[in-house]
Design a protein around this ligand. Structure first.
Ligand SMILES: NC(=O)c1ccc[n+]([C@@H]2O[C@H](COP(=O)([O-])OP(=O)(O)OC[C@H]3O[C@@H](n4cnc5c(N)ncnc54)[C@H](OP(=O)(O)O)[C@@H]3O)[C@@H](O)[C@H]2O)c1
Length: 295
């Protein structure tokens, strides 16, 4: 039997690279949709694997240039998309990438007879609709559910690459946290999450799945662990959430893309984010590896 072909959109990202590797390991033919080939060839700062060698085809496309996505789904069986805005891009909003970019990809998937679309949204999205990023994810989810395309929507908590960001603040000597640091969450390693992403490709029927990692921590515990891995005296300053709201308002006047990212960080800081646990990789070990690497 011919190999199943999967298009991975967002293949150069943290989750994307783990998912590419997992699909390839399980015998799929992987087509990667990326803006540039660069990140595919070497390990990333949070141990994202180099995947160039396991990818069968690379297509170049940009979510903000929707004609560039045309026919990216040609002869594809499954589309997996974790294409999203997680870092500020000049003059680009979450709506353009998370919503409209994925909508254009879905249109192409429908036109090319793709048999399933797997999409990465966010856990607890219903509690964070004030975040433009979350709203954009959910606008796309509505399109997907209404399209008639068979789907799975995966709703993960935070990934270890976001924890890598806390780690790099700790390395600089001082962490500033919005809120009192007591909210709980269970972050997940990209390799653990990628197994769920590929498992669902093999299951018929529509579904929505919430996923978190094996250990539950508060934000304070997470940052204390980062300082401990570095052998440094912890310095954590809690900023009241209302200060975050003022900062967000001021940033929104001058830099909409940055506002989108910060508003997500603030929304996440206001609630517990504990999803059904899976995976075997622990944040403590990830921080130890980062400390060893010097990254
Ligand atoms: N990180 C978390 O904690 C977390 C938690 C829950 C849900 N999510 C969601 O999961 C998804 C993946 O997250 P991640 O942490 O793996 O993010 P990431 O490392 O930033 O990866 C995002 C991917 O989207 C691509 N992308 C961005 N702008 C694009 C554009 N204009 N055209 C085409 N591709 C574009 C990136 O390409 P480049 O490499 O070229 O930038 C990259 O491949 C996102 O939708 C995010 O909202 C993340």
């Amino acid at each position: 039997m011919a190999k199943q072909k999967v298009l991975v959109a967002g293949a150069s990202g943290y989750l994307g690279r783990h998912v590419v590797r997992e699909f390839a390991t399980r015998g799929y033919s992987v087509r990667a949709l990326v803006r540039s080939r660069e990140k595919l060839t070497e390990e990333g700062p949070n141990f994202e694997p180099a995947v160039a060698e396991v990818i069968e085809e690379i297509v170049i496309g940009d979510a903000t240039d929707t004609p560039s996505l045309k026919d990216t789904c040609k002869e594809v069986d499954i589309v997996f998309s974790c294409m999203g805005l997680t870092k500020p891009q000049h003059d680009i909003t979450s709506e353009q990438i998370d919503y409209l970019g994925n909508k254009a990809l879905l249109k192409d998937a429908l036109a090319n007879g793709v048999r399933k679309f797997i999409y990465i949204s966010v856990f607890n999205s219903d509690k964070m609709m004030d975040s433009e990023m979350v709203k954009s994810h959910e606008l796309f989810v509505q399109e997907l559910l209404a399209s008639g395309m068979p789907y799975t929507v995966i709703r993960p908590t935070a990934y270890f690459n976001d924890m890598g960001m806390f780690f790099s603040f700790a390395r600089k000597g001082h962490v500033f946290l919005f809120g009192d640091g007591s909210n709980r969450f269970n972050p997940i390693h990209g390799a653990d999450l990628s197994k769920i992403c590929v498992d669902v490709a093999e299951v018929e029927g529509n579904s929505e799945i919430a996923v978190g990692g094996p250990d539950i921590y508060t934000y304070d515990e997470t940052n204390l662990m980062a300082f401990e891995a570095l052998g440094m005296e912890p310095k954590i300053t809690h900023l009241p959430l209302w200060i975050g709201d003022i900062v967000l308002f001021a940033i929104g006047l001058i830099n909409k893309p940055l506002k989108s990212i910060i508003s997500f960080a603030l929304s996440v800081s206001r609630i517990d984010n504990v999803a059904p646990a899976t995976g075997t990789r622990h944040l403590k070990e990830f921080f130890r590896e980062l400390a060893t690497k010097g990254g």
